[in-house]
Design a protein around this ligand. Structure first.
Ligand code: HPA
Ligand code: MG
Length: 187
């Protein structure tokens, strides 16, 4: 896409900052209940860059001791899925023997998380759970290893609170649907 930000507009706001904050509090509570007592072996592994805002808020809400780290994986080109997923940044810490929660902004095709899960298996993480702020309703069910879902959404393209379209709109404190003028006005 050559000039994506001229061809898309912000549409309906789906989640306010307050909505996002209560989602984070609920997910943090679930994680605290599940990981009581594992101590410093718990790592929240945020997926760059979309999960940065969620990771930062979630980490501050989780009471169980934990570390944070980051992993890079690229699968999307603008609003189009390219199919291939590559690890573009490895975590800085050794995750061998750690309980790892992969923190994602959005679960869509599942390819990014499958690639990261595979990476963590090869690096002998003690356990791997997946946590996604949003999950798109595409199929009838989500995989069992997607243990924490902030909110399910319809199959629309959303931006804000970390989610981008070609790097734009991540910084919005709310989440909105991205629409194309050609969809809003077909003439
Ligand atoms: N928004 C931003 N990035 C995405 C989305 C979305 O709706 N789906 C997959 N990657
Ligand atoms: Mg993106």
């Amino acid at each position: 896409m050559s000039a994506p930000n001229e061809t898309f507009l912000l549409g309906e706001r789906l989640f306010s900052p307050e909505d996002l904050s209560s989602i984070v509090a609920r997910v943090a509570g679930q994680i605290d209940a599940d990981y009581q007592g594992v101590g410093e072996s718990l790592v929240l592994l945020g997926v760059l860059k979309g999960a940065l805002y969620f990771l930062s808020d979630l980490s501050r809400r989780i009471q169980a001791p934990h570390q944070i780290d980051l992993i890079g994986a690229r699968s999307y080109d603008g609003t189009q899925s390219t199919g291939a997923v590559a690890i573009t940044k490895s975590p800085d810490t050794d995750l061998t023997g750690k309980h790892v929660i992969v923190v994602e902004d959005i679960y869509d095709t599942g390819r990014t998380l499958a690639t990261i899960e595979d990476y963590l298996r090869r690096h002998e993480a003690r356990s791997v759970a997946l946590c996604s702020l949003f999950a798109k309703r595409r199929g009838p069910v989500f995989p069992a290893n997607l243990r924490y879902i902030g909110a399910e959404i319809d199959d629309r393209f959303i931006v804000g609170y970390g989610l981008d379209c070609d790097e734009a709109w991540r910084h919005l404190p709310y989440v909105a649907v991205l629409t194309s003028p050609s969809i809003a006005d077909p003439s």
